[in-house]
Design a binder for this molecule. Structure first.
Ligand SMILES: [Zn+2]
Length: 286
């Protein structure tokens, strides 16, 4: 199977009304776990690397591994760059064969976000690379004080501005803010599905949900019903797997080597990702 452009994959998901999981990977074990899950579920998948994770593995080291795993997978795989803030990182990812990038200029003033995003779209589309951009912000980590949740609404995506943004930039997918936050939730999130539905009515590109960790099955499916096609899922995955490894290590009585832990990690990632693919209803859609 070849590495595929995200636009085609998300458009298929729009027609058949399901969501596709986008799983951040920080090492080879995670790459193998995610691909194994997609193959077992016969699901399309988005394998992504976040610029913020470069301390775990440099992009230039992990990217060729991701692209190679995608090329050899039995299902369609998008290799995507998540939350890139610099021009250099985006070009570097395209150069090694990523089929999709996210330019996150959401912290900039609106007109600057448009100009920056447009520039990336122009280059990416010439190379058949899809582009995701963000409007509204979800750039704060999950957790924090009650204040954090109280002021969250002021950062939500405005449906009318979303339409203007998509038209002016020519992006392929739009990341929207409607109540999800990055990281592990410390307080139950209140998702504004009415707003999500309004955004979906205004724009004609698939929507992306960031901070897709730790929601209920109903919340995932309600988001999908309202136009979300790409669901970023990382924090809960990484947290759950770490805790399972901790438990297994504590219970283990025989000699254990770090290579054995790698195999556990692959398997734990695979099972968690498979369960999400079923919730997102992408199983069997490859
Ligand atoms: Zn994100």
């Amino acid at each position: 199977m070849t590495v595929v452009n995200m636009k085609n994959l998300l458009n298929h998901a729009s027609v058949e009304k399901y969501g596709i999981g986008a799983f951040n990977v920080t090492d080879l074990d995670m790459v193998r776990g995610v691909i194994a899950a997609a193959e077992t579920e016969n699901s399309p998948v988005i394998l992504q690397f976040a610029e913020v994770h470069k301390n775990y593995a440099p992009l230039e080291v992990l990217a060729p591994i991701m692209v190679d795993a995608a090329r050899n997978a039995k299902v369609p795989v998008v290799v995507h760059l998540d939350h890139a803030e610099t021009f250099d990182t985006i070009l570097q990812a395209m150069h090694v064969g990523f089929s999709s990038v996210m330019i996150d200029a959401s912290k900039m003033a609106y007109e600057d976000n448009i100009a920056t995003t447009r520039e990336i779209v122009k280059i990416a589309h010439a190379l058949n690379v899809s582009v995701e951009a963000e409007l509204g912000t979800m750039n704060r980590e999950g957790g924090g004080t009650n204040d954090f949740y109280d002021t969250l609404e002021s950062t939500f995506t405005d449906p009318k501005i979303a339409k203007d943004f998509v038209t002016k930039t020519g992006i392929d997918a739009l990341a929207v803010a409607f109540g999800t936050v990055h990281g592990v939730y410390t307080k139950k999130p209140h998702l504004d599905f009415k707003r999500l539905a309004e955004i979906n009515n205004e724009v004609d590109v698939p929507l992306v949900m960031h901070g897709g960790s730790g929601l209920s099955d109903f919340e995932y499916q309600e988001a999908i019903r309202n136009g979300v096609r790409k669901i970023n899922y990382y924090s809960t995955l990484a947290y759950n797997v770490a805790n399972s490894v901790k438990e297994k290590l504590n219970k283990e009585t025989k000699q254990i080597f770090i290579s054995d832990v790698s195999l556990w990690v692959i398997d734990l990632i695979k099972e968690d990702v498979r369960s999400k693919m079923r919730v997102f209803q992408s199983s069997g859609k490859a």
